[in-house]
Design a protein around this ligand. Structure first.
Ligand SMILES: [Zn+2]
Length: 131
């Protein structure tokens, strides 16, 4: 069973095929729930009905338990969570915080796998060294 966890409090963030995160939407000046597919490269996303982001809006993601920001330390337009796969291997999963921008990076010491048509925008070969 693959798990996504908060890098700070280690809460499991996924259930029933989706990651559940808190999003802060500056365009609406509101917080809402964000449901993301747990399948890398699948950009299906659902928001709670109180928020209505538009393409290009930046969402500030945080953990639903400890409420810490999940902003990636190396780039404020990216979000980081930790993935633990079926074999117990641990990865950083980094994705864009910009609504409509499709890029995801699965980062380990050995390699970085990229997903999405915007992936070339942020990729950095030394990322894994900078955690
Ligand atoms: Zn947390």
């Amino acid at each position: 069973m693959k798990r996504y966890i908060c890098p700070y409090c280690f809460l499991q963030l996924n259930a029933n095929g989706q990651l559940v995160l808190i999003g802060d939407f500056p365009s609406d000046d509101k917080k809402g729930l964000v449901l993301l597919s747990d399948k890398l490269g699948d950009y299906t996303v659902h928001f709670s009905s109180n928020v209505n982001p538009e393409k290009g809006d930046k969402v500030h993601f945080s953990c639903p338990s400890c409420q810490k920001s999940l902003e990636y330390s190396k780039n404020k337009d990216l979000v980081r969570v930790v993935k633990i796969d079926e074999e117990g291997n641990e990865f950083s999963v980094v994705f864009s915080a910009i609504f409509g921008e499709h890029c995801t990076y699965k980062i380990s010491e050995e390699r970085t796998l990229t997903y999405g048509e915007s992936a070339i925008k942020y990729q950095h070969p030394e990322w894994y060294l900078q955690e």
